[in-house]
Design a binder for this molecule. Sequence first.
Ligand SMILES: Cc1cc2nc3c(=O)[nH]c(=O)nc-3n(C[C@H](O)[C@H](O)[C@H](O)COP(=O)(O)OP(=O)(O)OC[C@H]3O[C@@H](n4cnc5c(N)ncnc54)[C@H](O)[C@@H]3O)c2cc1C
Length: 440
Amino acid sequence: MPPELIRFRRDDPGYEAARRACAFNARLPDRFPDIIVQARTQAEAAGAVRLARAEGWKVGVRSGGHSWAVSHLRDGGMLLDVSRLNAVEIDAAGLSARAGPGCKGHELNDELARHKLLFPVGHCQGVALGGYLLQGGFGWNSRVLGNACENVTAIDYVDAEGQIRHASATENSDMYWAARGAGPGFFGVITRYHLKLTRRPRVIGAQVAFYPVSALEALARWAHAVGPTVPRSIELMMLLSRDTPLVKGPGITVVAPVFADSLREAWRDLAFMKTLPAGAAMKLPFLPTSVAAMTRQVMEHYPTGYNYAVDNMWTGASVEDLLPGLRRIAQTLPAAPSHMLWMNWAPPATRPDMAYSLDDQTYIALYGVWNQDADAPAASRWAMDNMTAMTPLATGVQLADENLGARPAKFVADANLARLDALRAEHDPEGRFHPWMGRP
Ligand SMILES: Cc1cc2nc3c(=O)[nH]c(=O)nc-3n(C[C@H](O)[C@H](O)[C@H](O)COP(=O)(O)OP(=O)(O)OC[C@H]3O[C@@H](n4cnc5c(N)ncnc54)[C@H](O)[C@@H]3O)c2cc1C
């Protein structure tokens, strides 16, 4: 074994601490790799894969550990932690950046804000680029900039033989295609992303309204009616929670974050918010803020140290068809911070040819969240039970909030899954890298 590698075998002191520290979700599965390796450099990541090859180990890769399902933690084999590969280099004039997979989205955003540049990083703190970009990446201003993975111009990666390679549209293009959407089923170790940046819009902010839960049906009808016409500069979302500010109980927060070049443009794009249904506990005016501040606000719904059980669906179903399921979700909603996120994605954009290939008009994600044992029975089943009940209305699932190990579901177009399987057989014939959970 190369002596320089930081590694923990199952009997070593430090193994359990390293295993526990590898996940954001406090609900750590009872899965135990034979060895945990923490790479500090690209060369060490490559050395680790060669070691796994020599020992006949499968490899699970971890960047930020924010997979809800903790998909990087598998039984046996190697857990390769590349979170220390987190350097960022920004070429402001060239509107490009190179970032390690361990770089957190909010850290990249802070750096870019200094240069008045933007990349569609995720809405939360702590999510690393490693897993986020592989699965698609739903980030700030993604309705304009596309999924974050559409802004990846190239990758550096370690292949199944432990060799460092580069992939782009013109070099190893199959791997570049796969790296934009394969998510936790990618067959390589990303060691660096090459990113396209854009100029940061001058006005960033949000308009918010709070409703009691009795407004659920009226809001759902309204949101489905206005959704397809909402300007792309706005990500319209609704959040259902038992603890809604200013409602002091179960309610719905309607959030419309805006990216515009002037206040006038922001107000123009927000005109549809004037048609919100009656019955709000409070409607706030548009408030200019920053991506960092909005990210901090979002984190109130995703506290650290809690257990999470998450599931989701894309749907193009009519609001009348969805309402029975939405009512059941509200009736069975566990205590906060458990919540439902409804997001307008209508009309879905045309995408470049890449593995990511499945979305629809509306996104619904359920987050069961608890930190008391007494809450576990309700909160741990809520997301999956409700998504199972609504399966006939689903087009598929988003890998961001995947629960494939417990509930297999479609996550890319059929042709793309067939191509991913063929590429895996070609590029990883010995099955060095774990596939998606719930799939052989
Ligand atoms: C609090 C929270 C908020 C979130 N918010 C958003 C959001 O706003 N938008 C969004 O799109 N998603 C969001 N997600 C989902 C998140 O983007 C995915 O779970 C993503 O996979 C996390 O990336 P990671 O590197 O932190 O996770 P990890 O758990 O480290 O990785 C997840 C999987 O990706 C693969 N992987 C990771 N790194 C590499 C690598 N270097 N090379 C090869 N494979 C690798 C592995 O298969 C691993 O199992 C959120 C998750 C959490 C917990």
